[in-house]
Design a protein around this ligand. Structure first.
Ligand code: SAM
Length: 212
């Protein structure tokens, strides 16, 4: 079974490459992260299908292609402090932890955060701090961050998150209605801010003071 998962992971990496993921470090990080450890027991056979899967509390573990696309957009070099909003299963957190210096991740559901902590410990990743609360307000005590990734859909870019970015930073966030969003990449370099869209997407809502 374990061997089967290794093979399925290799096939997933091939399909991500075919789909246009070019960042070799991102592909290596995903090749090293056992998605089957992060999905619910009854979903394990689907762990390497390139789709979102249900997790507890009516939430989802993101589709691998979306995880790869968002991570690639962050342009991580290894030295960054990253803030993630929406820990969920902890899978995206694990991929980030392999590519950044330190990851701070916030989840609104205690139960999900608790399970994610177990999964991350199983993956032997210790450069991560988890927090339960409203991530739409960020984590001001640990700010500023070089990168922020939001894995839930916001009606607009939360000002609190922008305020917690460094002057040379990237924020990746789905913004739009609750039914459909644009995956925005907001790049701040010195005094200039550039925004571009990676296309349309569908995420669960960011529920909070600066979300829905
Ligand atoms: N990246 C996750 C993974 O790999 O499993 C998937 C995240 S799931 C698509 C979005 C998560 O955002 C859910 O777990 C949801 O509970 C969480 N969420 C929604 N609003 C939030 C908020 N205001 N603060 C923190 N987490 C929030």
């Amino acid at each position: 079974m374990t061997q089967d998962f290794v093979l399925q992971r290799q096939q997933l990496i091939k399909s991500l490459t075919k789909a246009g993921i070019r960042d070799q470090a991102v592909l290596r990080a995903m090749a090293s992260t056992a998605r089957e450890q992060f999905v619910d027991q009854e979903q394990r056979d689907l762990a390497y299908a390139d789709c979102a899967l249900p997790i507890l509390m009516g939430q989802t573990i993101s589709q691998p292609l979306i995880v790869a696309t968002m991570t690639q957009a962050l342009q991580l070099s290894g030295s960054e402090r990253v803030l993630e909003i929406g820990t969920g299963s902890g899978y995206q957190t694990a991929v980030l932890a392999r590519l950044a210096a330190y990851v701070y991740s916030i989840e609104r559901y205690q139960q999900l955060s608790y399970l994610a902590a177990l999964h991350l410990a199983e993956a032997q990743l210790d450069n991560v701090s988890l927090y339960v609360g409203d991530g739409s307000l960020g984590w001001p005590d640990e700010a500023p961050y070089d990168r922020i990734i939001v894995t839930a859909a916001a009606p607009e870019v939360p000002p609190s998150l922008v305020a917690q970015l460094t002057m040379d930073s990237v924020l990746v966030i789905p913004v739009g209605s609750q039914r459909r969003q644009e995956l925005l990449v907001i790049r701040r370099a010195s005094l200039e801010t550039r925004i571009h869209s990676l296309g349309s997407c569908i995420f669960v809502p960011l529920v909070g003071v600066e979300g829905w």
